[in-house]
Design a protein around this ligand. Structure first.
Ligand SMILES: *[C@@H]1O[C@H](CO)[C@@H](O)[C@H](O)[C@H]1NC(C)=O
Length: 215
């Protein structure tokens, strides 16, 4: 009995470590000092005596992003790059604008789960579970609806309304990262060998060349 309780504790701790996002802070804050030469997991702390409110501040997220691009979407970030006070806090924010029928390509965030709220418009959203199921979990969201994308899983959004749409997302990392599936698979530098992609997608090499030419 005692042994199985101990085993459960060990497993629980191991799982917590394995699925946790950014490590927890060991002080009130650690405003990023982008000039520091010290390399740490994250960014070194600015001297707390030099910290001001502006280190925790960003304006402009009321403004729509420019959606004139092939995907018809735009991301406005409030991550460690824009808000140095986020350093070590394990959270960030993004505004996403969508033209009518605009998409955010299938992508993953290697370091964060995401919680999205629709502010305007109608969005089709979804994520796919990992192997072997590869099950699509999908829903159409209206203004005010919230949806969660679990850490690491491939997900997408599309504006399925006739007007513009926008949403905000909270992410469980100061630096969630983004891996866009089309860009990484077909648009890498240099390209992944055509033979590899042709076999992976079970298409002719010409099809791979055609897709790669667009990136
Ligand atoms: C939006 O992006 C397009 C394409 O890059 C560009 O031509 C256009 O000037 C931009 N519009 C604004 C308002 O910045």
């Amino acid at each position: 009995m005692a042994k199985s309780v101990l085993l459960c504790c060990v497993l629980a701790i191991a799982c917590a470590v394995a699925v946790a996002s950014d490590p927890g802070p060991l002080q009130d804050f650690c405003v990023a000092d982008f000039n520091s030469q010290v390399l740490v997991n994250g960014i070194a702390c600015l001297d707390p005596k030099l910290v001001t409110a502006d280190n925790f501040f960003l304006s402009g997220l009321e403004k729509p992003g420019n959606v004139s691009n092939p995907q018809g979407s735009a991301l406005t970030l409030a991550t460690i790059g824009q808000v140095p006070g986020l350093n070590t806090l394990g959270i960030s924010l993004v505004r996403i604008d969508y033209a009518p029928w605009g998409i955010v390509s299938p992508h993953t965030h290697p370091r964060a789960s995401e919680i999205l709220v629709v502010i305007e418009g109608t969005l089709l959203v979804g994520f796919v579970t990992s192997n072997p199921d590869n099950k699509l979990i999908t829903k159409v969201l209206q203004k005010g609806d919230v949806f969660v994308f679990p850490e690491g899983l491939i997900h997408f959004q599309q504006n399925v309304g006739y007007g513009n749409a926008f949403s905000y997302s909270g992410l469980s990392s100061q630096n969630p990262g983004v891996v866009l599936v089309p860009d990484t698979v077909f648009g890498s530098t240099p390209n992944i060998a055509t033979d590899v992609l042709a076999k992976a997608f079970q298409v002719d090499k010409a099809v791979v060349d055609e897709i790669e030419a667009k990136f």
